[in-house]
Structure formats: C-alpha cells, structure tokens
Design a binder for this molecule. Structure first.
Ligand code: ZN
Ligand code: ZN
Length: 270
C-alpha cells in the first residue's frame, strides 16, 4: 500500500480501518489481494491487533507490516483467552512494543456475552494490561461486550489515563459518554449497518467527530450488503457511507476526521 490508488467509488478519500484481523486463517489464501482491494478502495491504513498468545499471529502481522508501511499493529491478550498464559503474554507485548509500529496494547477488555474466560479472570487480565499500557505509554484498544460498567470501573481502578478506543462499539450512550469523559475514542464496525441496530445508530450519531473511528473487525461483521460473507477492509466504505449519511457529514470530512483521529491516537501511518 505504498502509494494508494484511490477509486472514484471510494469518494477519492483516504480511509483508515482501525481494526482488522488480517492475520487470521480466513485470509491465508488471498491476503495480498485483500490488501490490494483495500488500497483500491481508498482504505490506505489498517491496524491489525496481534494475538499475544499466538506465534502465527505475530509472524504474519510482522510480515504484513514489513511489506506494507501503512499497516500498523497492536498486541494484547483478548478477553476470550484471559485464563491462559497471562505472564507470557505480558512479556510478549512488552517485547513487541519495543518494535516499530506497535501502536497500542490491544485488544484487551471484557466480554460477558461469550464468557470463554470467567469475568474474574478477564478483569485480572484487563487490569494487568491497562497497567502495562500505562507503563509503556501506549493507548489501549478495548473490546467490551455487555461489560461497559466494569470496563469503566477497571479504567478508574487502574487510574489509566493513556486513552484509546472502544472498538466495535455496541453499548449504550451512557457508557460512550463515560468513556469519552475519560479521553477515549469510539469505533464503529459494520454492525451499524444492520437493520436492527437502530439504537446503536442513535449513539453513533452523537459521538463527537473528533473522537470517532471506523473499522471492519474483519473477517467478522461484514456490513450490509455483504453481511454473512467474509469481511475485509475494502468493505469499510459501506460503513463509511452509512455513517456519513447518519451524521449528515460529507464523506470527505468523515474520511479526514477519522484518519486524523487515528493518527492522533496511534501515530501517523507511514
Ligand atoms: Zn473485539
Ligand atoms: Zn478484534
């Protein structure tokens, strides 16, 4: 993605996908094609969260970053895996953070929907990684599902002031506002395009433009009209168009603001 060719279809603007799992097996067959399509769609920058428990995730993400200067990464222990290998994960994050373009600790957080790990283990892992981010001077990428109050409580308990983003936001305006007050940005995925997501669209319309990010969370959560298919960064444009209409913000301004917000939070892509 050295010199993005930007199609008319994209509105001709520079978009940033703040969260895509391009390390996953879903992309093994055509990872480079996916990156080419992103570039052709005007999605010039992508952040990939590394799974700190996975050697494969580290290797593939670092390889992608070596070939594509506008890919950056974060590293974290996902709440689904909070019960396993905490100390090792922290050491991995620390080591990765010493390298270039590791821009955040994440994704980390609490998921009370799936509960693959117990809430207590999730809270322990989340708080340890908030402390680590504070120590490293990095922002955090937070996954919160049905857990907004406890996310806020953990941030307060750790006195974490490094900021970050609530990724793939699905919670209430009250949670959004509480985290905006704590310096966080809020990122929306293709979920906002789903017919039943009216309440979430109301929240998305109210987030201040200077705190808003967009993401695909690929390979999950493909936006309408791609819903049900494998998601990929090029599909960010569907979410972008919906958000622009919803907020009555010109596409150009939305692209500029969300890319600038990303750069302010995570550093400018190459
Ligand atoms: Zn997540
Ligand atoms: Zn994710």
């Amino acid at each position: 993605m050295d010199s993005p060719r930007i199609s008319q279809d994209a509105g001709g603007f520079f978009w940033t996908d703040s969260h895509a799992h391009l390390d996953m097996e879903a992309f093994d067959a055509d990872r480079e094609d996916v990156l080419s399509r992103a570039e052709a769609s005007g999605v010039g920058a992508v952040l990939c969260p590394i799974d700190a428990t996975s050697e494969r995730s580290r290797r593939l993400t670092l390889e992608m970053m070596a070939g594509h200067p506008r890919i950056s990464a974060a590293a974290g222990l996902h709440p689904h895996q909070a019960a396993s290998g905490m100390d090792e994960a922290v050491e991995t994050i620390r080591r990765l953070a010493a390298g270039a373009r590791i821009r955040a600790v994440g994704e980390i957080g609490l998921d009370y929907h799936y509960r693959f790990a117990s809430p207590a283990d999730q809270q322990t892992a989340f708080r340890a990684q908030l402390a680590l981010a504070g120590e490293l001077g990095l922002p955090v990428i937070v996954h919160s599902r049905l857990a907004g109050d406890d996310v806020r409580a953990a941030v307060d308990a750790e006195a974490f002031t490094g900021g970050g983003v609530l990724h793939c936001f699905t919670e209430s305006w009250d949670i959004a506002r509480a985290m905006l007050d704590r310096g966080f940005a809020v990122s929306f995925s293709g979920i906002v395009t789903f017919p039943k997501a009216g309440d979430l669209r109301d929240v998305a319309a109210r987030i201040p433009l200077d705190r808003l990010l967009l993401e695909t969370d690929a390979p999950y959560l493909a936006p309408v009209p791609h819903r049900g298919r494998r998601n990929e960064p090029a599909f960010l444009l569907e979410t972008s168009r919906l958000m622009a209409a919803l907020r009555k913000t010109p596409l150009q301004d939305l692209a500029a603001a969300t890319s600038a917000n990303f750069a302010r939070l995570f550093g400018r892509p190459a």
